[in-house]
Design a protein around this ligand. Structure first.
Ligand code: OGA
Ligand code: MN
Length: 289
């Protein structure tokens, strides 16, 4: 089968078909996927037939993988056997729907805010690959926003104002926005903030892009509230309908997004009534280290 892509949104988001995920990743397929990812920013692979081991193997073809975190206060028992798999659904260690006070459920609330994965780490994550195992009624779609197109559309004055700004990204900032309780000093020390440029050139496309989202706490060297207002304004701008695409999941679909040029968020569903089983790998941007 030939590998081919169809663009699903006027500005970004491709649907890629023709890959044989039952095989080990090969250099030609991996190069083609990177080419499509660089062009579209977010790409969906319908009905991959992947399982945990091959999900991890294909992800690793793009670079070293992050290990799912074990911060102070994060869930101590895990449902997923491979350490590279992040829990993105609503299931506990026994595969049951999480209880209201489950730490994982509280953490997952942050996924409903527009964000880019792991931007609170000093070393960025370039790709996330999210695979659907159980899709609840109503779909629980994921929304994506194109940060390169949003940057392009900014007024010239804004581009000049933000060109050299540095943003402080803090995991606890987004957790607090999502209603996460009692962040302790110990937790803050365990996961300190990281700094990243607000505008950067995406290496794979040479296009400029914004880089912010829910972990973006404030602007370095600016009064905190002034920085937050600017970040809020930019996020509102970048997530207007004209820059966003809403993906409807089917079991077996995998979506791969480039965290350096896109934002994403989970949409609400009846998560006390229905199971949603989604598993994610995250590829570290080793070249940027
Ligand atoms: C993620 C994430 C959104 C969703 O896995 O990083 O934000 O819809 N997921 O599950
Ligand atoms: Mn995410």
């Amino acid at each position: 089968m030939t590998i081919a892509a169809t663009q699903l949104h006027p500005l970004f988001f491709g649907r890629v078909t023709g890959l044989d995920f039952s095989r080990a990743p090969d250099a030609a397929s991996v190069a083609k996927i990177v080419e499509y990812s660089d062009r579209y920013g977010v790409i969906a692979f319908p009905e991959t037939g992947l399982d945990d081991a091959r999900h991890v193997a294909w992800s690793r073809a793009f670079g070293p993988l992050e290990l799912a975190p074990h911060f102070v206060g994060s869930p101590t028992t895990r449902r997923l056997s491979l350490p590279e798999l992040f829990e993105a659904g609503n299931l506990d260690a026994d595969g049951a729907i999480t209880k209201p006070d489950n730490r994982g459920r509280l953490f997952a609330r942050g996924n409903k805010l527009w964000h880019t994965d792991s931007s609170f780490n000093p070393q960025l994550s370039k790709y996330s690959l999210l695979l659907a195992y159980v899709v609840p009624p109503g779909g629980a779609d994921t929304e994506f926003a194109d940060l390169r197109a949003a940057y392009d559309a900014l007024p010239a004055g804004t581009k000049a104002e933000i060109a050299d700004l540095v943003v402080v990204h803090d995991m606890w900032h987004s957790r607090q926005l999502a209603g996460f309780p009692d962040v302790t000093e110990e937790q803050r020390k365990e996961k300190p903030p990281a700094r990243h440029r607000l505008v950067h050139r995406h290496p794979g496309s040479s296009r400029l892009s914004l880089f912010m989202g829910a972990h973006a706490s404030h602007i370095e060297g600016w009064p905190v509230e002034k920085g937050r207002a600017l970040l809020r304004e930019l996020t509102e701008f970048a997530t207007q309908a004209r820059f966003t695409y809403r993906y409807e999941w089917h079991v077996g679909d995998m979506v791969m997004w480039d965290n350096r040029v896109s934002l994403h968020r989970a949409t609400p569903f009846d998560d006390f009534a229905y199971k949603r089983d989604m598993r994610r790998t995250t590829v570290i941007d080793a070249a940027a280290a």
